[in-house]
Ligand binder design. Structure first.
Ligand SMILES: Nc1ncnc2c1ncn2[C@@H]1O[C@H](COP(=O)(O)OP(=O)(O)OP(=O)(O)O)[C@@H](O)[C@H]1O
Length: 346
């Protein structure tokens, strides 16, 4: 199979600092991949290498089966790649139309082509005459996308393009951008800090950690079976407990819990998502005491200190409850676990 993008054994250092180490992955044509990871783990550097703004120290990058870096070099302007930066990087003194036209070959810089591109990103063509500072942040990002689309790229790289937008505008802009790219069938890679954004925007999520690719998979795989505890904690809220695993069951502070089969046995840690833990008030199962209640509007986070069988270790778990709850600190509750936990070797 020919992939839209194949990255293999990619290394990149700046001075003595190794920023990317042996990064390898492949992206199918027409798919959307989100890259997430803590600040400074190398996400932007990876995009810049793919775009051709930087050269790798080792490894190869191939676009649609053609090697563009490592064993050959194709400069950025000869790669069929669009790039939208966090701040859009529009030319502030040029009109919106001129900004969009910049992405077009000179002959194609007509008012009607520019109007078409603006319409593609749901902007009225009359905006062409404005300057970027006369547009909202979300509109500016859509102009940046229109400029990148003008080049008719096969691969679109989006480097945190929504991060400067406030919550409402962010969701709306994200939806418009996702729609445009899907309709045009453009393979997309999105770098984001925002885990829910990654899970909702992409077909595949790549989690980076300290210059390495920790895991790549569907949003569901990444959320429900993260490769290790740091990935589990990075991609959502996680309840992590010490456990003893044997025969597909884990003994832990939440009782006897089923674990997803992955070969881990003996002393281990198990991970559950807060929504897998149900609070009961009939006193069944493992019991504990509510220690704090955090009100978040549509949901509440309950901190519960579990009663422990051995009288030595006490464990605290955070449980999510939707809607209103009358529970307050000091209340006694029971706990039931839904589904499987994931076990990790110590
Ligand atoms: N041109 C450069 N010269 C020297 N160091 C650099 C250069 N570009 C990036 N770095 C360093 O490489 C590391 C990774 O940076 P990068 O921007 O790729 O991380 P990131 O994961 O995108 O971070 P963030 O999420 O904060 O944007 C950082 O420590 C950064 O300071």
């Amino acid at each position: 199979m020919t992939y839209a993008l194949e990255v293999d054994g990619l290394d990149k250092s700046f001075g003595a600092a190794a920023i990317l180490r042996r990064v390898a992955f492949a992206v199918e044509a027409g798919s959307t991949t989100a890259i997430v990871g803590p600040s400074g783990c190398g996400k932007t550097t990876l995009l810049r290498l793919i775009a051709g703004f930087e050269k790798p120290d080792a490894g190869t990058i191939a676009l649609a089966g053609r090697v563009v870096a490592g064993g050959g070099w194709t400069p950025a302007h000869r790669r069929s790649v669009g790039y939208v930066a966090q701040d859009g990087a529009l030319f502030p003194h040029a009109t919106v139309g001129a900004n969009v036209g910049f992405g077009l070959p000179r002959r194609a810089r007509t008012a009607s082509t520019i109007a078409e591109l603006l319409e593609m990103v749901s902007l009225d063509p009359s905006y062409a005459a404005r300057r970027p500072d006369q547009l909202s942040g979300g509109q500016q990002q859509r102009v940046a996308l229109a400029r990148a689309l003008a080049r008719e790229p096969e691969l679109m790289l989006l480097d945190e393009p929504f991060s400067a937008l406030d919550a409402g505008l962010r969701t709306n802009t994200r939806r418009i951008v996702a729609d445009v790219l899907a309709k045009a069938g453009i393979t997309t890679i999105l770098v984001t800090h925002d885990q829910p954004e990654a899970l909702s925007f992409a077909d595949r999520v790549a989690v980076m950690s300290a210059g390495r690719l920790a895991q790549i998979g569907t949003p569901r795989e990444i959320y429900s079976t993260p490769i290790d505890v740091p990935t589990a904690q990075f991609i959502g809220d996680a309840v992590v407990l010490s456990a003893h695993v044997d025969g597909g069951r884990a003994r832990c502070a939440l009782g006897d819990v089923a674990v997803a089969p992955n070969g881990v046995r003996g002393s281990a840690r198990v991970m559950l998502r807060p929504e897998q833990i149900e609070v009961t008030t009939d006193g069944a199962g493992v019991t504990g005491t509510v220690v704090d209640v955090e009100y978040l509007g549509s949901e509440m986070l309950l901190g519960i200190r579990l009663d422990n069988a051995d009288g030595v270790v006490t464990e605290r778990v955070t449980v999510r409850r939707f809607g209103a709850t009358a529970l307050t600190p000091g209340d006694r509750v029971g706990i039931r676990v839904l589904g499987n936990a994931v076990a990790y070797e110590l």
